[in-house]
Design a protein around this ligand. Structure first.
Ligand SMILES: [Zn+2]
Length: 304
């Protein structure tokens, strides 16, 4: 089992919800300065190393966040590439612009970690054959962007359509529905079809979804689901050979204490849950995995 955390800044959620200018006060750095240490404590409690997907530009802007991440890397956690500016239209960028997003983050994240990143996750989960081509050329071992969840895809499509109708289009990007038919377990993607098996070298490590219904088993769904459903989803995911659990930095936000702006709290139900409750959901999940015999690895270790 691998646990990863996408460290998307509060500004990313402003773009998804079309909320205009992101906060300039303490909320701006809340993910790295407030949420990240809570993840470090959580993982220490469960004696596991995780993979953090880091946005390059955030490291450049926040020396405090950078030193926290450097410390985590020294303690054995993995830092991986989550692009330089987290553009939701990443999969639509021309080749050179896509390369720049990867390369700038590669340099900054590598300098912070003291080792070149070997893994990548795209903003909004969308990749194309150019992405895989660029990663292969740079010696990456894995990509972990593929998210074949029908429930997530359908909910996202609905929200984006409603926002468009309201004249407030989301900054998010809806991927090709082909992703819904991607394998659920690790595979080597075909060079021209990232959502199909058939390549060599680079590994794709899809984010966990349940079989058949393809419900997404990620931080947000574990936090929002009633306990019986959460336990069921976790038990199902643990039956697969590999459980790739994706979390987000914002999953452990304490909305008021961290000064998350009310406009964003109003849009995201997870931000209205008390921190203690969210921590309990993740604590219980990691304890259940350990009790079921899961062996925790970083995505880099898995790919090796
Ligand atoms: Zn992200």
């Amino acid at each position: 089992m691998a646990v990863s955390v996408d460290l998307d800044a509060v500004a990313c959620y402003y773009r998804i919800h079309a909320l205009g200018e992101p906060p300039t006060g303490p909320g701006r750095f809340a993910i790295l300065r407030r949420c990240l240490p809570r993840f470090a404590d959580l993982f220490a409690r469960h004696d596991l190393h995780a993979t953090f997907f880091v946005v390059g530009a955030d490291l450049e802007e926040d020396a405090e966040g950078r030193s926290l991440l450097a410390e985590l890397a020294r303690a054995g956690h993995e830092l991986a590439n989550h692009t330089h500016t987290h553009r939701y239209d990443f999969a639509r960028l021309p080749y050179a612009a896509m390369a720049e997003e990867i390369d700038r983050a590669h340099a900054v994240v590598g300098a912070c970690a003291g080792a070149a990143p070997l893994g990548f996750r795209a903003p909004g989960y969308a990749i194309n054959s150019d992405t895989l081509d660029l990663l292969r050329a740079r010696g990456y071992r894995y990509d972990s962007s593929v998210f074949p969840s029908a429930a997530y895809y359908g909910a996202k499509a609905l929200v984006m359509a409603a926002m468009r109708l309201a004249g407030r289009p989301s900054g998010s990007f809806l991927d090709s529905p082909r992703v819904l038919f991607a394998p659920r377990q690790p595979y080597r993607p075909a060079p021209t079809a990232p959502y199909r098996q058939g390549g060599d070298g680079l590994l794709e490590l899809p984010i966990a979804v349940t079989p058949l219904a393809r419900l997404h088993v990620i931080g947000t769904s574990l936090i929002l689901a009633p306990p019986w459903l959460r336990r069921h989803m976790v038990a199902t995911a643990l039956r697969a050979p590999f459980f790739n659990l994706e979390l987000h930095g914002i999953d452990l936000a304490d909305a008021e204490a961290d000064e998350i702006p009310p406009a964003l709290i109003a849009r995201q139900p997870d931000l209205r849950r008390p921190l203690a409750q969210k921590l309990a959901a993740l604590d219980e999940t990691l304890a259940a995995a350990r009790a079921a015999g899961a062996r925790f690895v970083t995505l880099r270790e898995y790919s090796a």
